[in-house]
Design a protein. Structure first.
Length: 117
């Protein structure tokens, strides 16, 4: 079992920044990747960014490239999402995910990000 605890969501004005954190605990000895999805009201969940745990390769959705940065702290089993130049369309619930070839995939509880215009 793996537990995920997210933090850092909130309300911010357009153009502002927020940093999300997601800490994994439990059976985290075989982490493959971690990342973030988001889901806006009435829309499907979509990937935002991901990072491979061993090599640190990253992936970003086109909509956030150049504005968001994903990073990891392997010692703390934590992934971060630094969000900048936020837009109202970034408003969504952001979900952290953890992927392991042994343990499977786990999801965080979600954290609300609201960007006001």
């Amino acid at each position: 079992q793996v537990q995920l605890v997210e933090s850092g969501g909130g309300l911010v004005q357009a153009g502002g920044s927020l940093r999300l954190s997601c800490a994994a605990s439990g059976r985290t000895f075989s982490t493959y990747a971690m990342g973030w999805f988001r889901q806006a009201p009435g829309k499907e969940r979509e990937i935002v960014a991901s990072i491979s745990w061993s090599g640190g390769s990253t992936y970003y959705a086109d909509s956030v490239k150049g504005r968001f940065t994903i990073s990891r702290d392997k010692a703390k089993d934590t992934v971060y999402l630094q969000m900048g130049s936020l837009k109202p369309e970034d408003t969504a619930v952001y979900f952290c995910y953890y992927a392991s070839l042994v343990e499977g995939t786990y999801w965080g509880q979600g954290t609300q990000v609201t960007v006001s215009s």
